[in-house]
Design a protein around this ligand. Structure first.
Ligand SMILES: Cc1ncc(COP(=O)(O)O)c(C=O)c1O
Length: 296
């Protein structure tokens, strides 16, 4: 059930443009991260790094935790997720419902605190297996051979621009490489929150586009063939996400709205014939307690 998601055309008549959007929110646990969870777990099994006694341990407050809990449940592995006490209730509930154990740490140090704790735990107990989504090359390779090749097949190999935000950078690096190889003139563009546009030299600051721009440039992004950046403010992202929800009937989260807003800006620049592709990353139900669902 993971992968092979549809590509839909989103018409914006007022701009005389359409955007092609890959429906990653239709993966079984509701996000693009299902791909990475499946690939990393299958590879670890093949390498003999996972056995019935193992526990999968990752620091993540978001979609990766839910995806690992889902694949772990389906394959019979224990899953422990390290997350900050500030992580939202709906995410915690989903992971628990899938049988994962949650280990909470005090907010403040961000991901780094959680990553340090996971490494200490793994050093003391060899039963822990760490997927390490931020540095595991399989993350980007899976998008290169999976998502990226699917996009090329769905567009008959003609893509003029690919636009995506980055969390780990896996999507941008992997899809970017596959698309550049097949369409060398395609532009690969990194979408960033305007409040934390690190690639544009801005300092990290709080923003409402959850799942992306965690306050540092992730290692996997260094290998991404990026041609430029597009910043989208939290307000613009929320506005476009509500449009996707209400005008298109697409129940997607805030980073999907930000991606489409950035892709539409690119499409305006490139002209009506250009094929601009982006990603609808996850489902709206993940954001009940955020400003996306705040009454207007
Ligand atoms: C909601 C959401 N959108 C986008 C992304 C970015 O994906 P990647 O980690 O491949 O850069 C993530 C990743 O965590 C996410 O959770």
């Amino acid at each position: 059930m993971i992968g092979n998601t549809p590509l839909v055309s989103l018409p914006f008549p007022e701009a005389q443009r359409s955007i092609l959007a890959k429906c990653e929110f239709l993966n079984p646990s509701g996000s693009i991260k299902d791909r990475l969870a499946k690939t990393i777990i299958l590879a670890a099994e093949q390498q003999g790094r996972l056995n019935p006694d193992s526990t999968i341990l990752e620091c993540t407050s978001g979609n990766t935790g839910i995806a690992l809990a889902m694949v772990g449940a389906a394959k019979g592995y224990r899953v422990s997720i390290l997350m900050s006490e500030s992580a939202s209730q709906e995410r915690r509930l989903l992971m628990r419902q899938l049988g994962a154990e949650l280990i909470l740490f005090r907010p403040g140090g961000g991901y780094r605190t959680g990553i340090l704790i996971s490494e200490e735990m793994a050093a003391k107990d060899p039963r822990y297996f760490l997927p390490k989504q931020f540095e595991n090359p399989l993350n980007a390779e899976d998008h290169e051979h999976g998502t990226g090749l699917e996009l090329l097949a769905q567009t008959d190999g003609r893509i003029d621009a690919f636009v995506a935000g980055y969390g780990t950078g896996g999507t941008l690096a992997g899809c970017g490489k596959a698309i550049k190889r097949a369409c060398p003139s395609a532009r690969i563009l990194a979408m960033e929150p305007a409040e934390a546009a690190l690639l544009c030299g801005e300092m990290p600051c709080c923003h409402a586009i959850e799942g992306i721009a965690g306050g540092f440039i992730p290692p996997l992004l260094r290998s991404a063939p990026i041609d430029g950046e597009i910043s989208v403010s939290s307000a613009e992202a929320l506005l476009m996400t509500r449009r996707l929800n209400r005008e298109f009937g697409l129940l997607v989260g805030t980073s999907s709205g930000a991606n489409v807003a950035a892709a539409l800006r690119m499409a305006r620049d490139l002209g009506p014939e250009a094929r601009v592709v982006t990603i609808l990353c996850d489902r709206a139900e993940r954001y009940f307690s955020t400003s996306l669902f705040a009454p207007l």
